[in-house]
Ligand binder design. Structure first.
Ligand code: SAH
Length: 351
């Protein structure tokens, strides 16, 4: 059945027109959905007969909060949402100077298999629909009690592996009659699916593209990120250059610093060269240790030396402020805990 939350205003209009309804009904309906309506009974100013007709033919997806954790250190809030089919995904709301930022998941699980990431452990279960992704923003905003001003697609999943629904989500969240979040306030992070980056460049959206680079050389990158195999750093670099040429939007390189794996002086020099070539900004992230993974974050003195080289070599970089460390805010960790709890290996309290 069609999920009304996945439909754009013009599609709601067509749906209602086909039911013999005037176009203002579509506006009323979209407005209710944007307010977080989760059932047909909540569509107060719609006639009962129409609500019944809609309920027969469509659904309204809603997310149920299974767990909410608030960081005592910085107020970061992490939600574990239950989807209509019982699966669960994580959403994080962080506070920055420029407003509240929501980090959403794009898939249940992930099939990219990155060696340091908690989301990859159980593989991919399914794609999220556009309506479910919109629900992450909407229901987080309602609970958080403050307007969300920025969206980052950096939670569970590979957004470009769920291309069509992610594009639909972007259009929905961008709707002036809806949440009205501008493309310049949206970042999309990818492990580097070069074919899809080329498709995205053609959409000419003003969003920020972040590439999870994590290593500048193929040997290390292919070991850490299976998606690098068959593509290679050179191809990823080329797609970044093409993306920049097509959109004029500066790319970000995400680089999680892993002790003894990708933090050598030579790798710093290689990374600086790539960043200069792609005109990219480097975002250094101290690795979040994941219980099931052997990797450790780089030591502070190693990170300092790495930064000095980036600076000397003329690369733009920042060290990402780590928020929510006390609420498992690294992607996939909370969902993973729930899976373990379901398997009876660990007790976990629902909210
Ligand atoms: N699939 C997308 C987005 C999801 S992950 C991508 O690969 O970009 C969001 C970011 O967190 C990615 O840069 C990812 O590589 C990074 N990440 C995953 N596990 C991490 C960990 N344990 N520590 C630090 N960053 C991690």
């Amino acid at each position: 059945m069609t999920d009304l939350r996945s439909l754009l205003p013009e599609e709601l209009e067509t749906l209602l027109r086909d039911m013999g309804e005037p176009s203002y009904r579509a506006k009323q309906l979209f407005s209710w959905l944007t307010k977080g309506a989760a059932s047909f009974d909540e569509l107060k100013n719609l006639p009962k007969s129409l609500r019944e007709k809609l309920a027969e033919q469509t659904t309204i997806s809603a997310l149920k909060c299974l767990r909410k954790q608030t960081s005592a250190a910085d107020g970061t809030v992490k939600y574990l949402w239950e989807l209509p089919d019982g699966n669960a995904v994580e959403t994080v709301v962080m506070r920055y100077e420029h407003g509240a930022t929501v980090c959403i998941s794009s898939q249940v699980g992930c099939r990219m298999g990155c060696a340091f990431c908690a989301s990859a452990i159980g593989g991919l279960v399914r794609n999220l629909t556009a309506g479910e992704m919109l629900g992450e923003v909407l229901f987080s905003q309602l609970d958080y009690g403050e307007k969300i001003s920025n969206v980052v697609l950096m939670g569970i999943g590979e957004p470009l592996d769920n291309y069509d629904e992610v594009l639909r989500f972007l259009r929905l969240v961008n709707c002036p009659e809806g949440l009205n979040i501008g493309m310049r306030h949206i970042s999309l992070s990818t492990c580097g699916l070069t074919e899809r980056i080329a498709d995205l460049a053609k959409e000419d959206l003003q969003l920020t593209l972040a590439i999870s680079l994590h290593a500048p050389d193929d040997e290390t990158r292919s070991r850490l990120m299976p998606a690098n195999r068959g593509r290679g750093v050179a191809q990823v670099l080329q797609s970044c250059q093409d993306y920049f040429a097509a959109t004029g939007r500066r790319i970000t390189f995400e680089y999680a610093m892993i002790d003894g794996v990708n933090d050598s002086p030579e790798q710093a020099r290689q990374l600086a060269r790539l960043a200069r070539q792609a005109k990219a900004h480097v975002n250094l992230i101290p690795l979040n240790h994941v219980a099931e993974r052997a990797f450790q974050p780089s030591r502070p003195e190693r990170m300092r030396e790495f930064c000095q080289i980036l600076e000397r070599e003329g690369a733009n970089y920042t060290i990402r402020r780590s928020l929510g460390g006390d609420v498992d805010a690294s992607c996939g960790q909370l969902r993973r805990k729930r899976e373990l709890a379901r398997a009876g290996e660990e007790a976990d309290a629902a909210c």
